[in-house]
Design a protein around this ligand. Structure first.
Ligand code: G2I
Length: 458
């Protein structure tokens, strides 16, 4: 079932098996609303400010830098999503055919989960960064190797990945609107849909994305991707999201139709994600471009989040162009402030309230959890119902069994990843009318919650 009534993060498939239903009845309404942030207490990190509208703010992480305490301090403080910059690519995970190496990818995955962050997987099928053995392959042998690679890697990370870049950069630059020539393309035009079907079979809980660059505005290349996504949606090929890398510089600035382009893809019924954002430059010009990108995402309800391609300028693949939000010492740049301000002032922010006028007190709420449990993982769907009075904001608290942790949340903002976890409403589902209900969900590793959730309304 697709939930069309919620803005984004809502394309999770329904649990196939319903194992447990838990009902908890209402906890007393709070006297003051805590769900709404006023300007005076605007969020002070990128992750928290993005979470106000139910979005994530992520970064690429390099395993080799996890021993650098400035790097990890900034990354842990600011970001809620992590992409492995190179460590989950084909050459890194399968250096020799059928010999899989997950050491560095796992280091990033455990750093992310250990710090309560979600993971984007990058990338399962790509013409570039192929190991030598794959570069020299073709035809059926290559097609089978691709299927095997996707199956093995997606299975290894099953349950840990919010979204996979299943296929990366498969279209040609320029005006042809054609597929990029590559050994994978030469195995047959259906290689992309085979890759998506294979990924879905291996990890049905992950969102599956197509990811590319120079597709950020409307042009021949993005038109070709658009046609593919439209075709996939019409034929039931499993695609959930499109990633827009968004590597910008003066030759390739933020397009004037950036937001409109995101929106037209979203209108196909997929999430859109900004996956590798960096903008060459400095000072106020760079800051203004970052602000434009953030505002575009906030204005598109299915824009699920933004990932920047590195922490500090010195961590960037194009370090000399200083394209990121922190300088080499980890200090915030003007681009950081502009990004934070845009996130805090975005159109989907919760409404601000006059601090001298207490917001109206809402009624009580109750919560019930439907659990889909498999060995080593679970998804939980939580329904929050209002009583005879409307609810203006809600928070559900539940306790996970020992060893369990939350890896992925949709339609709510999670606080804590293990033990007692609190889920607060997103801005767009705070209000529940009298007698009405709303749902959020989360995915986790280990055993799902059997304890009774409590619901606090405001
Ligand atoms: O090129 C920027 C990005 C474009 N979209 C796909 C991304 O996967 C890509 O990321 C970059 C990484 O940021 C670089 O770090 O991909 C490059 C390779 O295509 C990465 O560069 C590689 C170097 O080519 C290797 O020589 C080096 O060993 O980084 C490796 C690790 O530092």
């Amino acid at each position: 079932m697709r939930q069309a009534s919620v803005p984004h993060g809502a394309t999770r498939r329904s649990p196939l098996r319903v194992a447990t239903t838990l009902i908890a009845t209402g906890v007393v309404a709070a006297a003051t609303a805590v769900a709404f942030a006023s300007a005076a207490d605007a969020a002070t990190t990128l992750g928290a400010s993005a979470a106000q509208s139910g979005r994530y703010f992520g970064t690429a992480i390099a395993a080799g830098k996890l021993g650098d305490s400035v790097y990890t301090t900034v990354a842990n403080r600011e970001f809620t999503m992590v992409t492995a910059e190179n460590e989950m690519k084909i050459d890194a995970t399968e250096p020799n055919q059928n010999q899989f190496t997950y050491t560095n990818g796992d280091r990033i995955a455990s750093w992310a989960t250990g710090n309560g962050k979600r993971l984007r997987g990058h990338t399962l099928a790509w013409h570039s960064q192929q190991p030598g053995w794959m570069q020299s392959m073709s035809g059926t042998a290559l097609r089978n190797a691709m299927i095997n690679h996707i199956t093995r890697v997606a299975t290894h990370y099953k349950g840990q990945i919010y979204a996979w870049d299943v296929v990366n950069e498969a279209f040609a630059d320029g005006n042809s609107g054609a597929r990029r020539d590559s050994n994978l393309q030469r195995t047959g035009n259906d290689w992309i849909e085979v890759a998506f079907r294979t990924a879905r079979a291996a990890d049905p809980g992950a969102k599956l994305c197509y990811n590319d660059y120079n597709t950020d505005g409307q042009n021949a290349k993005s038109n070709a991707v658009y046609a593919m996504v439209q075709d996939f949606r019409s034929r039931g090929v499993p695609i959930d999201c499109v990633g827009f890398q968004s590597h910008f510089n003066s030759q390739s600035p933020v397009p004037g139709d950036y937001q409109a382009n995101l929106q037209r893809f979203a209108d196909l019924g997929v999430d859109v994600q900004i996956t590798e954002l960096d903008i060459e430059g400095s000072g106020s010009a760079q800051a203004a471009s970052y602000s434009t990108v953030v505002k575009a995402c906030l204005a598109v309800s299915r824009c699920a989040g933004i990932t920047v391609w590195g922490v500090r300028d010195t961590d960037s693949w194009r370090a000399s162009a200083t394209p990121l939000l922190f300088d080499g010492n980890g200090n915030k740049k003007p681009a950081y402030t502009a990004t934070l301000d845009a996130l805090n002032g975005g159109p989907t922010n919760p409404p601000t309230s006059d601090p001298t006028t207490p917001p109206p007190t809402g009624g009580a709420c109750s919560a019930s959890t439907t659990l889909n449990q498999w060995t080593g993982g679970f998804t939980a769907t939580v329904r929050i119902s209002a009583g005879s009075a409307a609810v203006n904001g809600w928070a559900v608290t539940l306790t996970l069994p020992a060893g369990a942790s939350v890896t992925n949340t949709w339609n709510a903002v999670a606080g804590g990843g293990s033990g007692t976890v609190r889920f607060a409403n997103a801005s767009y589902n705070a209000r529940i009318p009298a007698g009405g209900s709303t749902e959020f969900g989360f995915q986790g590793t280990g055993t799902g919650p059997s304890a009774t959730p409590s619901c606090a309304a405001s």
